[in-house]
Design a protein around this ligand. Structure first.
Ligand code: ZN
Length: 59
């Protein structure tokens, strides 16, 4: 993965590196506080705290 930049974690304010292949609405995890973060947008990079839902990604 190629990191194209960082965005601040909305929970702990640490920089979170963003991979080039991330897409909007993808969920990543903050390496610092472990919070799940949703990619709100890539340009500019913006992260929001992911809504707490059951982890059911089966579709
Ligand atoms: Zn964090």
């Amino acid at each position: 993965m190629i990191a194209v930049g960082t965005a601040a974690c909305p929970v702990c304010d640490s920089p979170v590196s963003l991979a080039a292949d991330l897409t909007e609405s993808e969920i990543i995890r903050c390496p610092d506080c472990g919070s799940e973060l949703e990619v709100r947008s890539m340009e500019p990079a913006e992260l929001v705290e992911a809504p707490v839902e059951e982890e059911d990604w089966g579709q």
